[in-house]
Design a binder for this molecule. Structure first.
Ligand SMILES: [Zn+2]
Length: 157
């Protein structure tokens, strides 16, 4: 026995059992398959796959849907900047602007000036300037605290 999902020409959907698909074809050809709702003999099988009763036969399963094509494009680095990060960047910029505005620029004399302040030779004030990695290391070793001027990655030049 085989069950078909059928529709008539009026759009009524129904199911019916047949001895075989050949039996269905024969009956349908002779107008013997009729719609139980309106009696129309103009019926056709819907795209629904027929279900077999009894033992399953191989080869009746519909083919699996095609797998999505693998993407050939390699993913690139992406980033979403959160509002917090935006705010942090703004704060960094403000801090640097504040430092630049309120501190004395001492340029290459930074290590010297920093030492003078540290050892009480001059009054403490905010200064900024330049120090080589070597000089920075020495200052740290002497216990002189300073911080790199905050820079934003996209503002370096
Ligand atoms: Zn009908």
């Amino acid at each position: 026995m085989i069950r078909y999902a059928l529709t008539c020409d009026k759009g009524h959907a129904f199911e019916s059992w047949f001895q075989s698909s050949a039996a269905y074809d024969k009956q349908a050809k002779h107008g013997l398959v009729t719609c139980p709702v309106c009696g129309s003999s103009k019926v056709e099988k819907t795209i629904m796959a027929p279900r077999l009763s009894g033992a399953k036969k191989g080869g009746d399963a519909p083919p699996p849907p095609p797998a999505p094509a693998p993407s050939t494009e390699a993913p690139g680095p992406v980033a979403m900047v959160s509002p917090q990060e935006r705010e942090l960047r703004k704060k960094l910029r403000e801090l640097r602007e504040h430092l630049v505005k309120n501190a004395d620029y001492v340029g290459q004399r930074f290590p010297e000036e920093a030492r003078k302040m540290h050892y009480g030779e001059t009054e403490h004030r905010s200064i900024y300037g330049e120090a080589s990695p070597e000089q920075a290391k020495e200052l740290h070793e002497e216990g002189i605290e300073f911080h790199p001027l905050p820079t934003l990655p996209d503002e370096r030049n």
